[in-house]
Design a protein around this ligand. Structure first.
Ligand SMILES: [Fe+2]
Ligand SMILES: [Fe+2]
Length: 183
């Protein structure tokens, strides 16, 4: 679980499709959120390895994923969408939710780190932070999968997709590696 969509794809068919990469990231994120839910429901049943895996994924991918969307995908989608898509309001809300998540992620990582490093029970406010975080992120995933990605698939041009893909790789320092592998 510690790898993002990019690494999952490594060695597989490299279609350079950024929307598929975003979708893969969403699948990984859903696993992470399910694991956070389990942690909240049964904090005593936790294994350090499982918590460490969550910690690693969130630390490596969470902010990058939001930036992929806020800085690459959403602006291009705003540009290409038709009025009938009514996408602006949806993207406004998602950007606001991203900002809330970005503000919470260090707190969430801190809670997970404490869980790995000690047997101390979680505080009520920690449970509340994890619950709020997971619920908010899950809502965003539903909207992005059901509305944003299908519209992006229909509206973005090949050049748009290539640009997003390039920026996503560069953000993770994978641009040189992947270009060598796929050319
Ligand atoms: Fe998002
Ligand atoms: Fe997303």
């Amino acid at each position: 679980m510690t790898s993002g969509g990019f690494l999952v794809r490594k060695g597989q068919d490299a279609s350079r499709d950024p929307l598929e990469l975003v979708h893969l990231e969403h699948l990984m994120m859903r696993e992470v959120l399910d694991a956070i839910d389990r942690l909240v429901l049964e904090p005593n049943g936790r294994s350090s390895e499982a918590v460490l895996s969550l910690y690693g994924y969130l630390r490596e991918e969470f902010l990058s994923h939001h930036r992929d969307e806020d800085e690459e995908l959403f602006p291009l989608l705003r540009k290409r969408a038709e009025a009938e898509d009514r996408i602006d309001e949806i993207l406004d809300r998602l950007e606001a939710d991203h900002a809330i998540g970005d503000g919470q992620i260090h707190r969430v990582l801190g809670i997970l780190k404490t869980l790995v490093e000690s047997d101390a029970p979680l505080l009520d406010e920690d449970f509340e932070t994890l619950r709020f975080f997971a619920a908010s992120e899950r809502r965003q995933l539903v909207v992005e999968n059901a509305i944003v990605l299908p519209i992006a698939r229909a509206r973005l041009t090949k050049a748009d997709l290539a640009k997003i893909y390039k920026e996503m790789l560069a953000r993770r320092g994978l641009d040189r590696v992947m270009n060598t592998e796929t050319t």
